[in-house]
Design a protein around this ligand. Structure first.
Ligand code: CAO
Length: 558
């Protein structure tokens, strides 16, 4: 048997948090990832999951205690079969007798030290999935290590992929792979174990001495800096908002709404039960939703209508047609991206009263300016297309016409006014349509935007977008500029309120007042949500985009 000590994980910059709930009765069994305790800062709460299966022998803190990263909080007795290292956990003290005091004593006796007294004994840790920023499980598409491999901190262990994004799980320490815990096709979520690593502190100390700078301190996976985590108040708000938008885009119930005050285990249970937590009243401190609140809500609504599980659930059934009676047919499954796109389109089309406003921008000058920069573009190894100018113009128009940077929240009779400008670009890929988001467009220059568009488009085509790459959009541009056509009616990307369709520019006769002149006209189609934007707003917004593109000197005025 092994005693494992669970410690407070990374808090993303928060100094100290309060223990508000000890979720398990000492002596009871705990499952891997089961919440054993709830921590709370001013504005956010966090469940601390068990890193092993076993018996929770005792807590090392009590409710009301203030704790910081690394504070020991509970001991778990893990019964392993055969190999003593079979007991993964946050910190393994040693193989022991049942008495936890003996555990510590034994551990101290086991410690090996180097010439200057540093601990160089081997430890086993479990590398797990960092915060994915999403409640959705990701599929293991590639396992890049085998048992016996030596890995360095930062090396990729496995690649995960969801419908629209992929992410790599790096090793957080240098060590040797002693067991694979995840395999291709497994579905993993934040915190799920990936591999068991034997950390040789002696190697790490040696590396440190050699200037490699590898630290042996962090036994827990550090937060992935590109992912939202439990951090400062601002981070928490942004992370929750991004998560909310991503879920809403997927057309699902918003289980992660920032309006609800509940820990991850309650959110997970709600997801499993199909409960929208925004409808559950919280009876805990400051309105926190407890497990009892969730249970009694489920009991009350046990006969409530089922949550639609398929995008066709809400539709009038299609007439059944015997296609084969007309000729040979083949039945082909939709890809995940295609299913999500179908759901989102259906939800958007059936809930948003769409209106589409059409106009042309005269981009004759823009095109001659753009072409004059082709050598510079080559020298910068980038591609400057009209899209970079369109992005910049839309960003300025969004700043001036802030209605287009809102999201409607009917349940509270409110709208949310965004103070940032992130724009999604629809990219056609082999897997279907994906919308990577270019962040802070208003703060970036034309060259930077050109590079970023093509970088994210390339990532999208290679299926390498991370969850963060597709979150946080305010507005979407769908460009069919390379494909031809005059105008089209794009569908708003919920929870945004408008989308700009761009068609292929063509030279057309333009009446200047006294003669027709050949001008390069760019067809623009702006679809908007008529619940929050009216025709006059659209006329002004489109007019601003048209004028900025027609006279790009104006771009320098903002
Ligand atoms: N009119 C005329 N020419 C255009 C144009 C337009 N509106 N937009 C782009 N072009 C030109 C470019 O200038 C470039 O030509 P040059 O090399 O001579 O300069 C060429 O078309 C190819 O451009 P591109 O496609 O490589 O780059 P982009 O910046 O215009 O677009 C991206 C990037 C990612 C939007 C695009 O590659 C893509 O995926 N488009 C498909 C989007 C889509 O499927 N939309 C449908 C969604 S709704 O169902």
């Amino acid at each position: 048997m092994t005693i494992e000590v669970i410690v407070v994980p990374d808090l993303g910059g928060v100094d100290s948090v309060e223990v508000i709930d000890l979720a398990i009765t000492p002596g009871a069994r705990v499952e891997l990832d089961e919440s054993i305790l709830v921590l709370e800062s001013d504005k956010a709460s966090m469940d601390v999951p068990s890193t092993s299966e076993g018996v929770l022998s005792r807590y090392l803190v009590k409710e009301g205690d203030s704790v910081t990263v690394g504070t020991p909080i509970a001991e778990i007795e893990v019964h392993s079969v055969g190999d003593p290292s079979d007991s993964g956990g946050t910190i393994i003290l040693s193989d022991v007798e049942s008495n936890s005091e003996t555990v510590r004593q034994n551990h101290q006796n086991d410690v090996k030290t180097d010439s200057i007294g540093r601990d160089v004994s081997d430890e086993v840790i479990i590398a797990s999935v960092p915060d994915t920023g999403s409640s959705e499980a990701l599929e293991v598409v590639e396992v890049l290590v085998s048992v016996g491999d030596k890995v360095c901190e930062g090396d990729t262990l496995v690649t995960l992929e969801s419908d629209k994004a992929s992410m790599e799980v790096p090793a957080s320490v240098t060590g040797t792979v002693i067991e694979l815990l995840a395999f291709e096709s497994d579905k993993l979520s934040t915190g799920d174990p990936v591999v068991r690593l034997k950390l040789n502190k002696a190697d790490a100390v040696l590396d440190e001495d050699n200037g490699a700078g590898n630290s042996v301190e962090p036994l827990l996976d550090p937060p992935n800096e590109s992912m939202p985590n439990f951090g400062t108040d601002e981070n928490v708000t942004i992370a929750k908002r991004a998560q909310t938008e991503a879920v809403a885009l997927a057309g699902a119930i918003d289980y992660s709404s920032s309006d609800v005050y509940a820990g991850p285990s309650i959110r997970l249970a709600a997801r499993e039960l199909g409960v929208d937590l925004t409808h559950v009243a919280g009876s805990g401190p400051r309105g926190r939703i407890t497990r009892e609140d969730l249970n009694s809500f489920v009991a009350q609504h046990i006969s409530a209508p089922r949550v639609p599980s398929s995008f066709s659930d809400n539709m009038t059934p299609q007439p059944e047609v015997d296609f084969e009676s007309f000729g040979p047919v083949e039945r082909v499954g939709l890809s995940k991206v295609e299913i999500l796109t179908a759901r989102n389109m259906q939800q958007s089309w059936s809930t948003i009263p769409h209106v589409t406003h059409f106009d042309d921008a005269d981009i004759t000058e823009l095109e001659s300016f753009r072409k004059s920069l082709s050598d510079e573009a080559k020298a910068k190894s980038t591609k400057l297309t009209p899209l970079a100018f369109i992005l910049k113009s839309v960003a300025i128009a969004l700043r001036v016409n802030s209605k287009f940077n809102r999201s409607l929240e009917l349940k509270s009779n409110e709208y949310l006014q965004r103070k940032y400008i992130n724009i999604g670009i629809a990219v056609d890929t082999q897997r279907g349509l994906v919308v990577p988001v270019v962040k802070d467009v208003d703060k970036k220059g034309i060259w930077e935007l050109a590079e970023e568009v093509h970088r994210v488009a390339e990532k999208a085509r290679q299926g390498k977008l991370s969850v963060v790459d597709i979150q946080g959009g305010c507005f979407t541009i769908s460009s069919l500029g390379t494909l031809g056509g005059n105008y089209f009616t794009p569908i708003v990307n919920l929870p945004e309120v408008a989308i700009l369709g761009v068609s292929k520019a063509a030279i057309k006769p333009f009446w200047s007042g006294n003669e027709f002149q050949p001008r390069l006209l760019l067809p623009l189609s702006l679809s908007y949500d008529h619940r929050i934007v009216n025709g006059a707003d659209a006329g002004r917004f489109m007019g601003d985009i048209r004028d900025l593109l027609s006279d790009i000197r104006q771009l320098t005025m903002f």
